[in-house]
Design a binder for this molecule. Structure first.
Ligand SMILES: [Zn+2]
Length: 463
C-alpha cells in the first residue's frame, strides 16, 4: 500500500518563491515541513504526497524564505522619535551624530535596556517577515553579561540571530578588550550548541576607534572559534581621514595589512571605498552589509553597491537599527542607487530580494541551511498575504511586487525552525501587548536619564 510521507506543517497552493540556485518560482506550489526541516517543495497542494498534521491553504499568498538582516542595532529602536533629538544641537555630520546622539545614549544603557531593545526589535522583525539577524550593541558601562539579557528576549520571541557586543577603545583600551571578551564568552556558550538559535560573533566598532592590537586579538579569537567578524567601515569621512593621518592607509588597506580581512569578515556600510579598496574586498572574499535608509538618515553618502555586485562581491541588506521593516529597506536599496548614479537601470527587483535572503545567508556562512526554500534546509518560512494588489501577482511579477508593492504589514505567518511564531498577524510565542508595555516603561526611564544626564561624548581615544 502506498504510504504518504509525514509533515508537521504543509503549506499548499501558494506562489512559492524559492530563492534556490535556479531562482524557481512555483505558481500554485507547496512547502512541506517536518520538525525543523523542509521536507518537500513542489507543485500543487502537496496532499497527494504528504500526510500533514496542519494544512494551510496559501491561495493568493506568497510563500518564501524568511528575510535575513545583515546588520542591525536593536538599541537603535530605543531612540525612535525620542525627545532627545529636540534637546540637542542638530548634528551637521556623521561624527557629531555619534558624539551627540549615539555615544551620549550608549554610556547610559543598562542590561534592562538591552533586554527591552532586543524584545521590541525581535517583535518588529517578526511582524515584517525577518527571521534572522546580526545585531550588535554598544553599551560601554554595561559590558559583562549583556548578551545573555538580549538572548533571553530573542528566545522569548523565537527567532534566529547573531548577537554581538561592539568592542570599542574610544574610552579606554581596557574597555575594548572587555568588549571582545564578552563576545568570546557568548561564542563559547552558544556557538557549538546546535539547539541554540542565537549565536555569537566578534564585532569591532570601527577602525577609527580600534587599535592594531585589538584588530589582531579579535581576528585570533574569531579564527579559534570559527566565528564571524564584523566592523563598521568607511561609514563617514572621519574613518578615512583618521586612518590616513595615523597610518598612511585607508581603512580597508589597513585591515588588509593587518591580515584582518577574509570571507569571515562582514564590512558594514563601505560608503567611501575607492576602486582599489573594492578590489581588496573582492580578493579577500570579505562581504558587505548595505544600509540604504541609515545612510540617507545620516547623510553620509551612498556606497558603490552596483559596482560591488558587478565585481562579484557579496552584498546583503541591513537596517543599522533604523527602520526594521525589510520591505522599506529593500525599496530604498532599489531606489537610492538609481538617483545617486543618475541611472534608472541600476538594481533589479531580483537583485534586491537576493540581497535580503540568500546573499545574507552566504555572508553568515549558513547558505546550506537557510536563505532559500529547498528540501533538507531549515524551515524558516514566511507567508505574505497582500492586502491590496493593483496588478496581477504571478511567477513573472512577484519580485517587482516584493520591492514595489508589499510592506511588512502584509506578512501574515512566520515560521522559524519549523515552529509558528506568528499566524494571522498574531504573535504566538509571547504576549505582544504586555511586551510592548514593558518596553515603553523601560524607554520612558531611559529617556528621563538621557534628558537629565545625557552629555555629548567629544573625546575618543587617540589611537
Ligand atoms: Zn551599524
Amino acid at each position: 500500500m502506498y504510504m504518504k510521507e509525514k509533515a508537521s506543517i504543509l503549506i499548499g497552493n501558494g506562489l512559492v518563491v524559492t530563492m534556490d540556485d535556479k531562482r524557481r518560482v512555483i505558481p500554485g506550489g507547496y512547502v512541506a515541513i517536518e520538525g525543523d526541516r523542509i521536507v518537500g517543495v513542489g507543485k500543487g497542494d502537496g496532499r497527494d504526497r504528504f500526510d500533514a498534521e496542519e494544512y494551510i491553504d496559501a491561495r493568493g499568498s506568497i510563500v518564501m524564505p524568511g528575510f535575513i538582516c545583515a546588520h542591525t542595532h536593536f538599541y537603535g529602536a530605543l531612540l525612535r522619535a525620542s525627545p532627545w533629538f529636540a534637546k540637542i544641537e542638530p548634528p551637521t555630520d556623521f561624527m557629531q551624530n555619534l558624539q551627540r546622539i549615539w555615544w551620549a545614549l550608549d554610556v547610559l544603557l543598562t542590561h534592562e535596556d538591552a533586554y527591552a531593545a532586543a524584545l521590541i526589535g525581535s517583535i518588529d522583525f517578526v511582524k515584517s517577515g525577518t527571521t534572522m539577524f546580526f545585531d550588535n550593541i554598544s553599551a560601554p558601562t554595561s559590558i559583562d553579561g549583556i548578551l545573555d539579557h538580549m538572548e533571553k528576549a530573542v528566545n522569548e520571541v523565537g527567532i534566529r540571530g547573531i548577537l554581538s557586543f561592539e568592542a570599542t577603545q574610544r574610552r579606554s583600551l581596557e574597555e575594548g578588550v572587555r568588549g571582545v571578551r564578552e563576545n568570546e564568552r557568548f561564542i563559547k556558550k552558544n556557538n557549538s550548541d546546535p539547539s541554540k538559535l542565537v549565536k555569537g560573533a566578534i564585532y569591532l566598532h570601527a577602525s577609527f576607534t580600534v587599535s592594531d592590537d585589538l584588530f589582531i586579538m579579535a581576528k585570533e579569537i574569531a579564527e579559534k572559534y570559527n566565528a564571524l567578524l564584523s566592523i563598521h567601515a568607511e561609514e563617514g569621512l572621519v574613518d578615512v581621514f583618521h586612518n590616513l593621518e595615523r597610518y598612511g592607509l585607508r581603512p580597508i588597506e589597513r585591515m588588509k595589512r593587518l591580515g584582518f580581512l577574509g570571507p569571515d569578515v562582514i564590512l558594514v556600510h563601505v560608503v567611501q571605498a575607492n576602486d582599489d579598496e573594492l578590489k581588496i574586498i573582492k580578493e579577500t572574499g570579505a562581504t558587505v552589509a548595505h544600509n540604504a535608509m541609515s545612510n540617507m538618515l545620516n547623510a553620509v553618502g551612498v556606497p558603490p553597491v552596483p559596482k560591488m555586485l558587478k565585481m562579484g562581491i557579496t552584498v546583503g541588506i541591513g537596517n543599522d537599527g533604523y527602520i526594521f521593516d525589510v520591505f522599506e529597506n529593500m525599496r530604498s536599496t532599489y531606489l537610492i542607487h538609481k538617483v545617486w548614479n543618475l541611472d534608472p537601470r541600476l538594481m533589479t527587483p531580483l537583485e534586491v530580494v537576493e540581497m535580503a535572503t540568500i546573499n545574507v545567508a552566504k555572508m553568515f556562512h549558513v547558505e546550506k541551511e537557510l536563505g532559500s526554500l529547498e528540501e533538507g534546509k531549515k524551515a524558516d518560512v514566511i507567508i505574505i498575504k497582500p492586502e491590496f494588489t493593483p496588478t496581477p501577482v504571478n511567477e513573472e511579477t512577484v519580485y517587482g511586487h516584493l520591492v514595489n508593492t508589499f510592506n511588512g504589514r502584509d506578512v501574515d505567518t512566520v515560521i522559524v525552525n519549523g515552529r509558528f511564531i506568528m499566524k494571522g498577524r498574531k504573535l504566538l510565542t509571547i504576549d505582544e501587548e504586555k511586551a510592548v508595555e514593558r518596553v515603553h516603561k523601560t524607554v520612558e526611564k531611559l529617556w528621563d536619564r538621557l534628558l537629565e544626564k545625557g552629555e555629548y561624548q567629544l573625546d575618543y581615544l587617540k589611537l
